[in-house]
Design a protein around this ligand. Structure first.
Ligand code: 13P
Length: 252
């Protein structure tokens, strides 16, 4: 049975002190009231990871970085390698977020390097895909998203592919308050699962967690998660408030 996952992506928000406070609040709420069958992950800025790992019950809450370097180590000022992320105690890394692709020029080529290093270092990639509004309006979103997968995670061996969590995040829904309808989310998640089945087989497809991201919040999460192919969420804004994040965790 594939895992249900609710992961927060804090993006470039919170100081270390604020992040630790938020992580502690989430930890406490999840311990008391969190759905036990949901994997909970906090995607924090690099600077916060060690403190957040120390602040939460590591058996219950995973921690993710929001990126890692495309090189293993060396003279790359300002970069943080996958090995460094792993050494903080984080278990996950968010890769291919549309904000990284759009603002920092990440290509499939860069992402393949990052994916390889993340996997080599025992991190679970939460791999993001998703189309811009023009593509949705042109009706070519399926081809676009499947192509993003074909150029990257579909190049992995089946053993490595099985370690990936996918997050479908339509760019037009990120931070806009405009969520994909349950029908739009289910349709794309099913298309992604069918493409995985064609590439790696039905059993692998059935075991792959595919999360939805884009203005998912405490009010709309249960509708989105009621879709058979939506296995949780990658949550931006609403993950910055512990009670809202808990409500999303408990939205199944
Ligand atoms: P919002 O939930 O703020 O729309 O962000 C979604 C996202 O980009 C998560 O990675």
């Amino acid at each position: 049975m594939r895992k249900k996952v609710v992961a927060g992506n804090w993006k470039c928000n919170t100081t270390v002190a604020e992040g630790v406070e938020l992580a502690k609040a989430v930890n406490e709420l999840v311990a008391k009231e969190g759905a036990e069958d949901v994997v909970v992950v906090l995607g924090t800025p690099f600077t916060h990871i060690t403190s957040v790992v120390d602040a939460v019950d590591n058996g219950r809450i995973g921690v993710a970085s929001q990126n890692c370097a495309a090189e293993p180590k060396g003279a790359f000022t300002g970069e943080v390698s996958a090995a460094m992320v792993k050494s903080t105690g984080a278990g996950y890394v968010i890769l291919g977020h549309s904000e990284r692709r759009e603002y920092y020029g990440e290509t499939s080529e860069t992402l393949n390097k990052k994916l390889a290093l993340a996997l080599e270092n025992g991190l679970t990639p939460i791999y993001c895909c998703g189309e811009a509004l023009e593509i949705r309006e042109a009706g070519t979103q399926k081809e676009f998203v499947i192509n993003q997968l074909e150029e990257t995670i579909f190049q992995l061996s089946v053993e490595d592919f099985k370690k990936i969590v996918i997050a479908y995040e339509p760019i037009w829904a990120i931070g806009t308050g405009k969520t994909a309808t349950t029908g739009q989310a289910q349709e794309m998640h099913k298309d992604i699962r069918d493409a995985i089945a064609a590439k790696f087989g039905a059993e692998v497809a059935d075991e792959t967690s595919i999360l939805y991201g884009g203005s998912c919040n405490a009010r709309n999460a249960s509708d989105l998660f009621s879709n058979p192919d939506v296995d949780g969420g990658l949550i931006g804004g609403a993950s910055l408030k512990a009670p809202d994040f808990l409500a999303i965790i408990n939205a199944y």
